[in-house]
Design a binder for this molecule. Structure first.
Ligand code: SAH
Ligand code: SF4
Ligand code: F3S
Length: 436
C-alpha cells in the first residue's frame, strides 16, 4: 500500500511513546514504506508527542513550527501522534493548519490505510478503544538488538490531581498474558537478553483472561531461558505490595532496580495530589525492598512547587532524599495541565521559588549519587553492552541498577552481557574496563 514511500518518526516523551513508535514503524514497514533518519528526504513525517508538562508541549509546538517550510516546500505528509494528539485533537489542526493527520494512541492501526488514501483530507482520529489492540513489532524496527520494551498495560485510573495522562491514555486496559509471553519468546529467539515491561501503572496488571497478576507474569517470563534481565515500570507506590517485593527478590532474572515515584515528601501535598499513600507507607515499602534486596537501585519522580507547597513541605522532600538515597531522581517544576483537578488550584508558588527548589534538590541529589557511585569503584558488575558503538575509546552499557557504564575493552565488544570492573565514578555514570 505504501510501496516506495519513505517515513521519518520523531519521538518525544516516555518509554511507552518509544515503544509505540516502534509499533508504528513496524506497521508502515509492513505496508511497504521504508524508514529514513531525517525529515528532509521523507514523504511522511510522524511526530509522536508528550503532553505531560507544559514544557513538553512548548517543545513540540516549536518543532512543528520548524517543520512548516519543509512541509510547504516538499509536500510531505505531516502526522501528529501520541498524547498531544489525543488531548488537543481538532485544536491542533486549527493551530497548525499544515498538519495532515492527528491520530491518538488507540488508532495507530488505521495509519497504513489513512496514509495510502489517494486524496488526503485533514483528519483527526481520537476515539478510545476499550479492548486491547494487538500491534506486532518486527525485530528490525527495534531501537536495540539486546534490550526490548514490551507494553503490558495502558492507561491509568489513578487521577493524580496534577496529571494529564488519564486524559491522554484513557482508563487502564491490560494486554492478554499469552500475547505478552509470545512476544517475549519471539524476542528471546531473536537474541534479546533484557525485556522492560511497560505501563502507566504496571502493578495493577491483571490478565483479562485468567486474572493472573504481575508476579505471575514475571514468573512466566523468567522461565524463558534466553532472557537474562527483566525490568518493569512504572510502579505506583499504593499498588506495590510486599508480595511483589518478595517476587522481585526471589526471581533471579528480575533486576534489583525499581522506579517508585514519590512526587513529594509531605503528607499534606500527597493528599492534595490524590496519591493515596502517606510518606510513612512509602518508606515502609522502601524498607521491605532494602531488607530483601540490600543492593537495590531505587529511582523516583519528584514535583517541586505544587500548589500550596511551603518551605516546610519542600524541606520534607529534601529529608526524604537523604533517607532513601536514590540512585537517580527525575525532578520537575509543577505546571498546570488541562482537565486536571490541580489546574483549578491557584498555581501559587512563584516561578523563581520553583526554580530555586529544583536547583537545591538536584544539587543535593547529585552529591548523593556521587557518594553512592564512588562506593562502587573496584566492584565487578554485569553490564549489558548496548549497541556497542564506541564513543571515543569507550563502549557503553547499563548495569543491573540501570546506571550508565562506559567501559574500555582490549577486544571488540558485541552487544550483550559483559563483566566490567568499575574503575571510576561520576554522578551520572560509571567508568570501567572489561575484566578478563
Ligand atoms: N505513570 C507514571 C508516569 C507519569 S508522568 C507515574 O505514575 O509515575 C511522569 C512524571 O511526570 C510524574 O511522575 C510526575 O513526577 C511528572 N509530572 C506529571 N504531571 C506533571 C505536572 N503537571 N507538572 C510537573 N510534573 C508532572
Ligand atoms: Fe499520572 Fe498518577 Fe496515573 Fe502516574 S499514576 S499516570 S502520575 S495519574
Ligand atoms: Fe508523555 Fe504520554 Fe508518556 S503524556 S509521559 S508520552 S504517556
Amino acid at each position: 500500500m505504501l510501496e516506495g514511500k519513505k517515513f521519518f518518526i520523531h519521538t518525544f516523551g516516555c518509554q511507552m511513546n518509544l515503544n509505540d513508535s516502534e509499533h508504528v514503524a513496524s506497521l508502515l514497514s509492513k505496508s511497504g514504506a521504508s524508514r529514513t533518519d531525517s525529515p528532509e528526504n521523507s514523504d511522511i513525517i510522524l511526530i509522536n508527542t508528550c503532553a505531560v508538562r507544559e514544557k513538553s508541549v512548548e517543545k513540540l509546538f516549536s518543532y512543528l513550527g520548524r517543520l512548516k517550510d519543509q512541509k510547504l516546500n516538499k509536500g510531505s505528509v505531516l502526522v501528529c501522534l501520541g498524547c498531544v494528539a489525543q488531548l488537543y485533537r481538532e485544536k491542533l489542526l486549527s493551530k497548525f493548519p499544515y498538519l495532515d493527520l492527528v491520530v491518538g494512541p488507540a488508532k495507530y492501526q488505521e495509519l497504513p490505510f489513512l496514509l495510502s488514501r489517494p486524496c488526503l483530507e485533514p483528519a483527526v482520529l481520537s476515539h478510545w478503544e476499550k479492548k486491547w489492540v494487538e500491534l506486532p513489532i518486527s525485530p528490525e524496527v527495534r531501537e536495540s538488538q539486546v534490550s526490548a520494551y514490551i507494553t503490558i498495560m495502558e492507561g491509568c485510573n489513578n487521577f493524580c490531581t496534577f496529571c494529564v495522562v488519564p486524559f491522554t491514555r484513557g482508563r487502564e486496559k491490560y494486554r492478554p498474558l499469552r500475547a505478552i509471553i509470545e512476544e517475549a519468546r519471539q524476542l528471546a529467539e531473536a537474541g534479546y537478553l533484557e525485556v522492560q515491561l511497560l505501563g502507566q501503572n504496571v502493578n495493577s496488571y491483571l490478565d483479562p483472561e485468567s486474572g493472573a497478576d504481575l508476579t505471575v507474569l514475571l514468573e512466566k517470563i523468567s522461565d524463558i531461558e534466553q532472557i537474562k534481565w527483566i525490568r518493569f515500570l512504572t510502579s505506583h507506590p499504593k499498588n506495590f505490595s510486599l508480595e511483589m517485593a518478595r517476587t522481585m527478590a526471589s526471581l533471579k532474572k528480575v533486576c534489583h532496580q525499581l522506579h517508585l515515584p514519590v512526587q513529594s515528601g509531605s503528607n499534606r501535598l500527597l493528599a492534595s495530589m490524590n496519591r493515596n499513600y502517606s510518606i510513612e507507607d512509602y518508606l515502609q515499602k522502601i524498607g521491605w525492598l532494602k531488607s530483601l534486596m540490600p543492593a537495590i537501585s531505587l529511582s523516583t519522580d519528584i514535583i517541586v512547587g505544587f500548589p500550596g507547597e511551603t518551605d516546610d513541605d519542600f524541606g520534607q522532600t529534601m529529608r526524604l532524599i537523604e533517607q532513601v538515597k536514590y540512585t537517580n531522581i527525575f525532578s520537575f517544576r509543577y505546571s498546570p495541565r488541562p482537565l486536571t483537578r490541580a489546574a483549578r488550584l491557584k498555581d501559587d508558588v512563584p516561578e523563581e521559588v520553583k526554580i530555586e527548589r529544583l536547583i537545591r534538590l538536584q544539587r543535593r541529589q547529585k552529591e548523593i549519587q556521587l557518594e553512592l557511585n564512588n562506593k562502587m569503584i573496584g566492584q565487578k558488575q554485569k553490564v549489558l553492552g548496548l549497541g556497542c558503538s564506541k564513543k571515543g575509546n569507550l563502549f557503553t552499557g547499563r548495569n543491573e541498577g540501570y546506571q550508565v557504564v562506559n567501559f574500555s575493552s582490549s577486544q571488540p565488544v558485541k552487544p550483550g552481557l559483559v563483566e566490567v570492573k568499575i574503575t571510576g565514578a561520576g554522578a551520572y555514570s560509571l567508568r570501567g574496563e572489561v575484566s578478563t
